[in-house]
Design a protein around this ligand. Structure first.
Ligand code: ADP
Ligand code: MG
Length: 322
């Protein structure tokens, strides 16, 4: 029901940035190589995502806007081996229940479809261009849930949250060309050639990228690798640290501590490195089902991973002979 969708929307889409995250993750799941995001007024006026992914076949289109209509899980075993980003089938129904949504989508070699929904109701469905991929425009977010609108932060804060999420998705998908623009101004543009250093450079600037060093290590359960800044390049916020677990952006306070431990006494109190840490692990050791937004994860053998990370960062920084 639309009410159930609005309740679930409270969990899945609490702010414009969460809408951007869900839409871009859908584009990624659809195998897109190019994803262009543009927002107006930090997404409150509109959020547009254009991808060149697989598209949605016309016969599946209305189902995609129904709760738990995920096309990504077919049996219980899948739940433990999640390789796609979405799997709950909650994002689209949640978003359409609190906004005005126009989606144009086409599968390779088939005529496209355009569908317009408002507050969860289909207003119009017509044929459209057959460019492979999907374009979705979400306008008037939270128009029918004024209480939620009231709790949003300033335009700048909401835009910062959007930038943050697109940055992290770009970092975790270097083979995808991303762009982000805000009120017509381009904020990010990544090449999509698989080169992580170039994505770091696009996001943080060439001078930051130059002061980062590559590291990697592995043991029987984990592989860790990535780029960390030298101790002279620090920031006053943890926001410049990203952990990607099997390619998925995650949050985990123990990993943060381990990373900082890896700098020994070289970091000043309250200062953080700039770091992109990639972790590869058997999906069976990960529990992603902790929260609907799926960022906070639980790991088996977390202590072992933290040790590996701290030791390898320590060794890498030591090699710079500082
Ligand atoms: P989930 O991603 O958890 O499966 P969503 O509500 O986010 O659920 O999306 C519902 C379904 O709509 C997806 O399973 C997918 O089949 C389809 N879909 C959504 N966005 C796209 C897109 N950009 N390209 C192709 N298919 C899409
Ligand atoms: Mg999804």
């Amino acid at each position: 029901s639309i009410l159930a969708d609005q309740i679930s929307a409270g969990e899945v889409v609490e702010r414009p940035a969460s809408v951007v995250k869900e839409l871009v993750e859908n584009s990624l799941d659809a195998g897109s190589r190019q994803i262009d995001v543009s927002v107006e007024d930090a997404g409150l006026k509109s959020i547009t995502v254009v991808d060149n992914g697989a598209g949605i076949p016309v016969e599946d289109l209305e189902m995609a806007f129904h709760r738990h209509a995920t096309s990504k899980i077919t049996n219980r075993q899948d739940l433990f081996q999640i390789v796609t980003l979405g799997f709950r089938g909650e994002a689209l129904p949640s978003i359409v229940s609190v906004a005005d949504v126009v989606m144009e989508t086409a599968v390779e070699g088939q005529p496209g479809t355009k569908i317009h929904l408002q507050g969860g109701k289909v207003l119009e469905k017509t044929a459209s261009a057959s460019r492979r991929g999907t374009k979705i425009v979400v306008s008037d977010l939270f128009f029918n849930t004024p209480a939620r609108l009231k709790y949003l932060s300033s335009i700048q804060t909401e835009l910062a949250a959007i930038t943050d999420i697109v940055n992290r998705l770009a970092l975790s998908h270097t083979e995808v060309a991303f762009s982000l623009s805000s009120n017509g101004r381009e904020l990010l543009h990544t090449p999509g050639n698989g080169n992580l250093k170039q994505v770091i450079s696009a996001i943080y600037g060439i001078n930051v990228a130059k002061q980062m060093v590559e590291f990697d290590a592995e043991d029987q359960d984990f592989k860790v690798s990535g780029f960390v800044s030298l101790p002279k390049l620090t920031r006053a916020s943890k926001n410049y640290v990203s952990f990607l677990l099997n390619g998925r952006y995650v949050k985990n306070s123990h990993l943060n501590k381990a990373l900082i431990q890896g700098y020994g006494s070289k970091l000043m109190v309250g200062r953080y490195p700039v770091a992109i840490v990639m972790i590869q692990v058997d999906p069976l050791l990960v529990d992603v089902n902790v929260h609907p937004t799926k960022q906070e994860v639980k790991l088996s053998k977390e202590d072992e991973l933290c040790n590996l990370l701290a030791k390898s960062v320590y060794a890498r920084i030591a090699r710079e002979n500082l």
